[in-house]
Design a protein around this ligand. Structure first.
Ligand code: HEC
Ligand code: HEC
Length: 272
């Protein structure tokens, strides 16, 4: 959340800055070849990043997010809880057992009767299979483990299922995406569908794709979950954010993932 956006004057300025770009045609403006980060009309946030930010992501040794991936890998192998097991006790090598899993989430979970995202699945595994405590949302541990699991699907196309039992939740997520909210009365779509490539104050708007999450934000100086990003975007329009792991956000997560269906998993991405 930009601390500098304060007061009605600033809000009005934000709206004006935005409207100056409303209707700006985006397609074809940028003729660069973004390789795997562009699939048809879909472009990941990488293609809207500065060359400097891209360079940090491109080099696994320079990418600070890998410190968290390493935390996740250590946890994968660490025995915790009353069952005396680690993730690895059952799933062995994550590069085989978790390959493709991160590209499919969130999924409908029969027992819960609703969608479940990867963070929630990991915690379910800890509680039910390890008899260990769930990890706190946005903790170094849960971010690390989620990034580690997602990273096993690196470069695989996002491949979520939106039909069958997932359909009604997908519809809710879609509705959320197009619903105007907050003092600025703006929907996700007003920024990320209508205006990618446009500026909103100092920010270059992307398509708002989720394929790189959890990702490292230079502004945060640490990685954050997709729900942290949703909260930030809600607050940007002065709307009340939902809590981490809220059903509303998990449904939204499915819709946003589906918008980027076919884009490669980029976790852990690096953004401004
Ligand atoms: C006691 C064995 C056991 C342990 C320990 C365990 N799992 Fe699992 N896990 C399973 C089994 C079996 C399944 C598939 C059947 C099911 O849904 O229960 C599964 C399913 C999963 C899935 C869903 C895969 C999919 O295709 O949707 C994920 C993700 C996962 N485990 C991650 C983990 C992580 C991360 C840990 C450690 C925190 C862990 N598991 C610990 C046995 C285990
Ligand atoms: C007022 C404009 C605005 C609105 C409305 C908005 N966002 Fe954003 N969003 C941004 C900006 C600015 C960024 C950072 C630059 C970028 O990637 O677009 C961003 C980034 C994102 C990203 C990260 C993209 C990446 O590659 O790192 C996602 C995902 C996202 N938004 C989703 C949403 C969702 C879902 C909503 C609706 C709840 C929403 N946004 C509403 C302005 C907005």
């Amino acid at each position: 959340m930009r601390k500098s956006i304060q007061g009605i004057g600033a809000l009005a300025a934000l709206a004006v800055a935005f409207s100056a770009f409303a209707g700006t045609a985006f397609a074809g403006k940028d003729k660069m070849n973004f390789g795997k980060y562009q699939v048809g009309e879909l472009r990941t946030g990488y293609t809207f990043s500065t060359p400097e930010t891209r360079a940090i992501q491109d080099d696994d040794f320079e990418n600070p997010a890998f410190l968290w991936v390493d935390v996740g890998e250590a946890l994968w192998n660490k025995k915790e809880g009353k069952a005396g097991k680690s993730c690895a006790s059952c799933h062995k090598n994550a590069s085989a057992s978790m390959r493709g899993v991160g590209a499919r989430y969130p999924v409908f979970n029969k027992k819960l009767g609703k969608l479940q995202n990867l963070e929630q699945r990991i915690n379910q595994e800890r509680v039910e299979k390890m008899q260990a405590k769930p990890l706190k949302y946005e903790s170094k541990e849960l971010l690390g483990l989620t990034m580690f699991v997602r990273n096993q699907s690196k470069d695989m196309p996002i491949n979520v299922s939106i039909d069958g039992p997932a359909a009604p939740f997908f519809e809710k997520g879609k509705k959320f995406y197009f619903q105007r909210r907050g003092q600025l009365d703006m929907a996700c779509a007003n920024c990320h569908v209508d205006n990618p490539g446009g500026m909103i104050r100092a920010n270059l708007l992307s398509q708002g794709q989720s394929n790189g999450f959890p990702l490292y934000r230079l502004k945060w100086q640490k990685p954050g979950s997709l729900h942290r990003r949703f909260r930030g975007c809600n607050k940007q329009v002065r709307a009340k954010p939902y809590s981490y792991g809220a059903d509303e956000y998990v449904n939204l997560e499915l819709y946003v993932a589906w918008r980027g269906q076919g884009l490669p998993v980029e976790t852990p991405a690096v953004r401004m």
